[in-house]
Structure formats: structure tokens, C-alpha cells
Design a protein around this ligand. Structure first.
Ligand code: NAD
Length: 259
């Protein structure tokens, strides 16, 4: 039988770090999902090439910003809803099943880590998710699909049917308060880990990027797997440059063989 092909440095170094770790925390960004067909924000052809962000204050104050949010959602949400977990998401699930992964902290709003099979309490969403809509008045939740149906029927600025409050997707907008309970959970998990594995994040969005930075300051070793440079590369013990869905499964397999 053919021997599996061994991966090369620095991916091999990351495999060795994974082999020796037992409380890995993954910290993921949009790059872990690009190979599932969801564009990231900052790569060429990413979301910012097509749309300027709608700030939370504009959403609250300006009916046109709200109408634009729903119009945009009709184009962008179906891509997220139809996406399937890729080999990088599945490799992280394998680490959980092997008892080596204690949490996944994600900036992503696509829900693909949960869909890939993690236990729900293992996934910490720092920026909410795209699949729900919440009333900013009474807090009532609806599915994004249900609200999109109303928009498609001509209700271009839908409000809550119970209290008349503004409806907003449950993803966190720029300028919107963070879900602080999740941020605290993420900080605790990151600082208690014995390897913080950053995958597919530009590490320029704060306060999210303060979590890996803070964990490193408390002595947690960090590894970064990303397609391009990040401002925290200099703090990482291992930096692997490349595509997550191509590299992570091979790295995890090599870690299992402990070579
Ligand atoms: P980002 O767009 O700033 O950075 C993505 C990084 O991933 C880039 O550095 C890019 O080089 C790298 N990358 C792209 N494809 C990759 C691949 N296949 N393998 C490895 N690396 C790859 O995204 P971010 O750091 O997550 O931060 C920005 C915000 O983007 C977050 O707040 C998040 O909410 C939001 N976002 C999420 C999604 C999603 O849920 N899938 C999609 C777009 C944006």
C-alpha cells in the first residue's frame, strides 16, 4: 500500500504542534468558508469590492439604509444559505471528535462550523449569524427566509408584526454592540488553550482580533493558517501560507500519525 504523502514545512511543524496539543482552540474568519463558495470581505472580488458596509447607526436612523440592507440580503443571503461545509470545517470536527479541540471561536456568520458537526456549545459566534432576524424592540426572533419572503412580496422595510419595532438580521453590523457574553467566553477559552489555531482571518477586525493577541500575551502559543499575511504573523510560532480546505485536512491527518 502507498504511504500517505508527507506534507512539508511549515505545515509539518503545525502538524507536530497539533499532535502535542490537547486543548486546541480554533479562531476562524471568512477565509475558512471561501472554499465553500462564500466570498470573504477583503480578498480581490470579496464583499467590499461590491458593497460599502452599512453601519449600525445608519441602519437605525435611515429608512433607505434599512431598505438597502434587505435588498442586499436578497442577493447575499441565498449564497450563505446554500453553502456546504468544506474540508477545513470537517477537519476541525475531526479534532473535536479526537478530544483535542475545546472550542471554535468564529467571526463567521454562516453557521458552517455547526453544520459540519461540532457540538453547538463548542462554537462561539463573535458576530452573530446570518440565519436569523431579531426585533430591536421586543427581541422576537424570525428566520431570515420568512422575512425575505415578506420583502419579496413588496414589504421593503419590514417591521415586527408583534410590536412594530425595527427588524434586523442577527449578524453584528459595524458599529453595533458586540455580544459581550460570547466575547468573554471566547477570551476565556482562548486563554485556557494550549494552541490557538487561527484559520482564514485577516486579523484586522477589532475587537475580535484582540482575542488572539490577548491569548498570546498570556503565553498561549499561536499558529496561523491564512492565504495572505496578517499583522499578527510576527506573534505566531508557526505561519502556514495557503488555502485552508487544501491544507488543514492533510495537516490533521499528519498530526494523527505523529510524524
Ligand atoms: P477578511 O475578509 O478580513 O479576511 C479573510 C482572510 O482569509 C484574508 O486574509 C484572506 O487572505 C484569507 N483567505 C481567503 N480565502 C482563504 C482560504 N481559502 N484559506 C485560507 N485563508 C483564506 O475576513 P475576517 O478576518 O473574517 O474578518 C472580517 C469579517 O468578515 C468578520 O467580521 C466576519 O463576520 C465577516 N465575514 C464573514 C463571512 C462568513 O461568514 N463566511 C464572509 C464574509 C465576511
Amino acid at each position: 500500500m502507498d504511504q500517505p504523502k508527507l506534507i512539508e514545512e511549515p505545515a509539518a511543524r503545525l502538524a507536530r504542534r497539533i499532535a502535542h496539543a490537547s486543548r486546541i482552540v480554533a479562531f476562524t474568519g471568512a477565509g475558512v468558508s471561501t472554499e465553500s463558495g462564500i466570498p470573504d470581505f477583503r480578498s480581490p472580488g470579496g464583499v467590499w469590492d461590491r458593497f460599502a458596509p452599512i453601519e449600525f447607526q445608519a441602519f437605525l436612523a435611515d429608512p433607505e439604509a434599512r431598505r438597502e440592507t434587505w435588498r442586499r440580503g436578497l442577493h447575499t443571503y441565498p449564497v450563505v444559505a446554500a453553502a456546504e461545509p468544506n474540508a477545513a470545517h470537517l477537519a476541525l470536527v475531526e479534532l473535536e471528535r479526537d478530544g483535542k479541540l475545546s472550542a471554535v471561536i468564529t467571526q463567521n456568520i454562516d453557521g458552517l462550523h455547526q453544520r459540519a458537526g461540532h457540538s453547538p456549545e463548542q462554537v462561539i459566534e463573535l458576530h452573530g449569524n446570518a440565519h436569523g432576524v431579531r426585533c430591536l424592540g421586543c427581541g422576537a426572533w424570525s428566520s431570515r427566509d420568512a422575512v425575505h419572503r415578506r420583502v419579496l412580496e413588496g414589504d421593503d422595510e419590514p417591521v415586527c408584526r408583534a410590536c412594530g419595532g425595527l427588524l434586523k438580521p442577527t449578524s453584528v453590523s459595524f458599529g453595533e454592540p458586540m455580544p459581550w457574553d460570547e466575547v468573554r467566553r471566547a477570551e476565556r477559552a482562548a486563554c485556557a488553550s494550549d494552541l490557538l489555531l487561527v484559520i482564514g482571518s485577516s486579523l484586522v477586525v477589532y475587537p475580535a482580533a484582540a482575542i488572539p493577541r490577548g491569548a498570546v500575551q498570556t503565553g498561549v502559543p499561536m499558529a496561523i493558517l491564512n492565504a495572505t499575511e496578517t499583522p499578527l504573523d510576527g506573534l505566531a510560532g508557526v505561519v502556514v501560507r495557503g488555502r485552508a480546505a487544501e491544507l488543514l485536512p492533510a495537516i490533521v491527518q499528519q498530526a494523527k500519525r505523529r510524524v
